[in-house]
Design a protein around this ligand. Structure first.
Ligand SMILES: [Zn+2]
Length: 185
């Protein structure tokens, strides 16, 4: 699993007689990753369909690419790797933006209460994994206490990732493929 910087653009609806209308997204990749095994350049093998649900609750489909290593002796030359755009969480239909909104306890999330609860529990697992395996260097000023109280794991996660607009997507990008309890290989 590889995650790359990309723009995700709403392409509109397609469909026709006998077909249900589908909301489509277009992915414009901004970079081509090097092979995680041998650092050789990678090339596009094919594409696959993927669902993404954003803050508006609309289910849309996209076509991320699969990459292979260009080095013929590398194990990944014959084992295509999924290349998700940043903002998509491996094995999760809801976008990184929705996950981040729930991590921050925001109320403008459109999904059902049980879905929010399920995502919140998943986020706690992510926080436990990332905080324990040192993917981010802790910032001593932020991590320990805020105004005399202990921070929640999700507040810690946000702080060590540096906060800002896309902090959860950055955490996911760095944690993807690292294993742990998340099996994102
Ligand atoms: Zn390789």
């Amino acid at each position: 699993m590889l995650i790359s910087k990309a723009q995700i653009i709403v392409k509109g609806e397609t469909g026709g007689e006998g077909h249900e209308a589908r909301q489509l997204l277009k992915i414009v990749y901004e970079e081509m990753p090097d092979c995680p095994r041998c650092s050789a350049p990678m090339s596009v093998r094919d594409h696959f369909w993927r669902v993404l649900i954003g803050m508006d609750g609309v289910r849309r489909e996209m076509r991320p690419r699969r990459l292979v290593c260009t080095c013929e002796t590398c194990a990944l030359h014959t084992r295509p790797q999924r290349n998700l755009p940043q903002g998509v969480v491996p094995r999760r239909q809801y976008s990184a933006e929705v996950h981040q909104a729930i991590a921050e306890g925001r109320r403008d999330v459109t999904c059902a209460d049980n879905t929010i609860h399920r995502i919140y529990r998943w986020l706690l697992g992510l926080a436990a994994f990332v905080l324990s395996c040192g993917l981010f260097m802790p910032d001593c000023e932020n991590v320990n206490e805020v105004a005399g109280r202990m921070q929640s794991p999700l507040e810690c996660l946000r702080n060590i990732a540096g906060g800002g607009e896309n902090w959860l997507a950055r955490v996911v990008g760095r944690a993807a493929g690292r294993g742990g309890g998340l099996h994102w290989v």
